[in-house]
Write a protein that binds this ligand. Structure first.
Ligand code: 13P
Length: 256
């Protein structure tokens, strides 16, 4: 982390877990645990149909809310989709874009990720852009090439005056939900490379201001070591975000 230049962010991605009726209870617990956290920005990304409940629960707290996905299109006949404008209008601040589960299970392409990044920014949402290699790609030694390509396509068309409104999340696919965490060196190396590419695309001042998160089996035990890496500015947490106490142990680990 480097608090001098950029924000530390601890974000929970609930994925398709918890029920609408559980949002309030979760929120009350988290608010009790983390009433005055100033060292990081806390973000909760519930399923879309729980966004409103989460916004209501966290309206009196320093806890922000994000969606897990948006449509590539602005509006119109796209049954089942949710637009960036709708998410923004509800009051959410962030949106996760290009999560590997969407790429893997729903065939989301780099081009679609790029459209979503741009439409999120146009509508005043901060995209949390997910990048990550598969185990096969890591074993082939093409991790950094793959990440550079994903990043370059995701940011295509994003002008320098808007790039500060972007968060990057490095989530190695093989570490998600598997209990296998990348070592802090492995994660740190990729995040360093992401920043190097941001530098070559947008210059040093902008690159050092962008928060890069790590995601993939992060928990209260491994968070401090991962967050001690200079280019890891926070976490995107799945499983461990479902329990307010476990999530809070990661928030605490960010207070270093
Ligand atoms: P886990 O923390 O469950 O591995 O999930 C990480 C993730 O995919 C967050 O977006």
């Amino acid at each position: 982390m480097n608090r001098k230049y950029r924000k530390t962010i601890i974000a929970g991605n609930w994925k398709m877990n918890l029920l609408p009726s559980e949002v309030k209870g979760y929120g009350e617990k988290l608010k009790c645990l983390a009433p005055k956290v100033k060292w990081c920005e806390i973000v909760i990304c519930p399923p879309s149909l729980m966004l409103q409940a989460a916004l209501k629960t966290f309206s009196n707290a320093r806890i922000h809310v994000g969606a897990q996905n948006i449509c590539t299109e602005a509006k119109g006949a796209y049954t089942g989709e949710i637009s960036a404008a709708q998410v923004k209008d509800l009051g959410a601040k962030y949106v996760i874009v290009g999560h590997s589960e969407r790429r893997q299970y729903y065939g989301e392409t780099d081009k679609q990720v790029n459209l979503k990044v741009n439409i999120a920014i146009e509508n005043g949402l901060i995209p949390i852009i997910c990048l990550g290699e598969t185990l096969e790609q890591r074993e082939m030694g093409i991790t950094l090439d793959h990440i550079r390509l994903q990043l370059k396509i995701a940011l295509s068309g994003v002008p320098a005056d808007k790039i500060r409104k972007v968060v990057i999340a490095y989530e190695p696919v093989w570490a998600i939900g598997t209990g296998k965490t990348a070592t802090s060196e492995e994660a740190g190396e990729v995040c360093k490379e992401i920043r190097a590419q941001l530098r070559s695309l947008y210059g040093a001042r902008i690159a050092r201001s962008i928060s890069i998160l790590y995601g993939g089996s992060m928990n209260g035990d491994n968070a401090a070591e991962l967050l001690a890496q200079p280019d890891i500015d926070g976490g995107l947490i799945g499983g461990a975000s479902l329990d307010p106490e476990k999530f809070y142990s990661i928030i605490l680990a960010a207070n270093q």
